[in-house]
Design a binder for this molecule. Structure first.
Ligand code: ADP
Ligand code: MG
Length: 397
């Protein structure tokens, strides 16, 4: 691909504007989950080691273009300093004279965190004048915020367009490698596991994968619409009535393109979504009024075996309502199978915010090749869409 990585550009002594995704959860002025901070450490540490002056840009939450103290990035200052084991300076705005002064005082290898970009409405409007004000702060631009790359905002699109030197950070490169190249030229068999709540949320992912995968394993809420399309009764399970026809079309397409598309043979059902007990039943015998909440043990066995025999695995969408532990066994079993195929030399890639959370909860995260930090961005990428933040890094060299 025609973009540079951070190692390909000169940064020594330069003022490097780094777009990071520090959209972290806060509670009473404390960062409650620092996963996104840790994900950016490699790029920040590299730049410090290379004697760059590091200027960090991020948004946090949805302040809607106004200064709202509860969305301040100030709590990130201390959390990041602790992770870097180095001081982090903070300035309570992201453009203007106080920021320019703080940047001018910044020495080599020092880190400056700017206030929430979205305190200015121009950020989300992709405003070029605002981008020009940001551009004055740096010599070089690095984007390491894959999770924001699907947004055409000033810091992700207009800004890199007006910078002379742009590059992808390590996290951005890793995401593009695993969600991009490794799925374009997969080692086979290549299996996609697709679940989540709805077919409508995944249809573009399915379409985009059809030409590349060998197997598609269906689970999650969408399985019941597929089952309905096969003429089965699905009780009170989630159903997208307007997608029954679409699911039939997907089954026909799979056959035509010689993709093995598997549907569950059994399911866990519950009398209500608050029930603490479940019942196993074949998909042909879902009782009236009961809710399908997970895939069943025979399906776990069958899907697990296909996964363990695969060389490349892409998983998007939990197999059941994993947020409740009584409905999480199918999802956790898939995580386990993914970990096993990875240990055997395969490549496992997880996309989607809820899927990533599920794999973390399963305790298998360390045994997976790549868990995307991207959420919505990873989905759009898997749908085959061009991400504005990625496109803006490309240069015709
Ligand atoms: P991701 O964020 O990984 O792309 P989705 O947002 O598409 O995943 O789907 C995740 C949601 O799907 C979870 O909140 C989960 O509870 C829900 N889900 C999974 N199985 C079912 C089911 N059988 N019925 C209703 N919702 C389900
Ligand atoms: Mg989701």
């Amino acid at each position: 691909m025609n973009y540079a990585g951070v190692k390909d550009i000169g940064v020594a002594g330069k003022r490097v504007l780094v777009r990071v995704d520090f959209n972290v959860p806060l509670d009473k002025g404390q960062v409650t989950d620092d996963l996104r901070l840790r994900a950016a450490l490699r790029t920040i540490n590299y730049l410090r080691g290379a004697r760059a002056r590091v200027i960090l840009l991020s948004h946090l939450g949805r302040p809607d273009g106004q200064v709202k103290p509860e969305f301040s990035l100030r709590p990130v200052q201390a959390a990041l300093a602790a992770l870097l084991d180095a001081p982090v300076a903070f300035v309570p705005d992201c453009v203007g004279s106080i920021v320019e002064q703080a940047v001018a005082e910044l020495e080599e290898s020092q880190v400056l965190l700017l206030e929430n970009l979205r305190f200015h409405p121009e950020e989300e409007k992709n405003n070029p004048e605002f981008a020009a004000l940001l551009a004055r702060l740096g010599d070089v631009y690095v984007n390491d915020a894959f999770g924001c790359a699907h947004r055409a905002h000033a810091s992700t699109q207009a800004l890199p367009q007006c910078m002379p030197v742009v590059a992808a950070g390590f996290l951005m490169e890793k995401e593009l490698h695993f969600l991009g190249q490794s799925l374009q030229e997969p080692q086979r068999p290549f299996t996609a596991v697709l679940g989540g709540a709805k077919i409508s949320g995944k249809i573009d992912v399915i379409q985009n994968l059809f030409d590349r995968v060998d197997n598609i394993l269906i689970g999650g809420g969408m399985m019941y619409t597929f089952l309905k399309a096969q003429g089965y009764e699905i009780g009170a399970s989630i159903l997208e009535k307007d997608r029954v026809e679409m699911s039939q079309e997907i089954l026909r397409q799979a056959q035509k393109r010689q993709v093995k598309l598997e549907l569950p043979v059994d399911t866990l059902v519950a009398e209500s979504l608050d029930a603490t007990t479940v019942k196993i039943c074949p998909v042909t015998e879902i009782p009236a009024g009961w809710f399908g909440v997970d895939i069943g043990p025979a399906t776990i066995e069958h899907y697990g075996s296909i996964i363990r025999h695969s060389r490349t695995l892409l998983w998007n969408g939990p197999m059941g309502i994993f947020e409740k532990k009584q409905f999480a066994s199918g999802t956790f079993a898939m995580a386990e199978a993914a970990a096993e195929m990875t240990a055997a030399g395969g490549i496992s890639i997880i996309g989607g915010g809820d899927s990533a959370a599920a794999v973390l909860q399963s305790g298998q995260a360390d045994r997976i090749t790549h868990i995307s930090t991207g959420g919505g961005a990873s989905l759009e990428f898997l749908e085959g869409k061009k991400l504005p933040g990625v496109e803006a890094l490309k240069r015709p060299w």
